[in-house]
Design a binder for this molecule. Sequence first.
Ligand SMILES: [Zn+2]
Length: 64
Amino acid sequence: MKKNDEVICNVCGISSKDEKDAVFIQAIKGGESVDICTSCMPTVIHGSGSVVRSNESIAAELGK
Ligand SMILES: [Zn+2]
């Protein structure tokens, strides 16, 4: 998900601010734009999209 000028992985929660070299791939789940870092892509491609969390879920976790 995107938050201001920061990108956060919808699978592992890694932030573009913490990992300067991280590459994020933009995707869509359930009509919602999500972002997935390359470390998590194999899991999504070879596994299931169920590991991709909603922006609402990520935002709630960040709000802790
Ligand atoms: Zn990730």
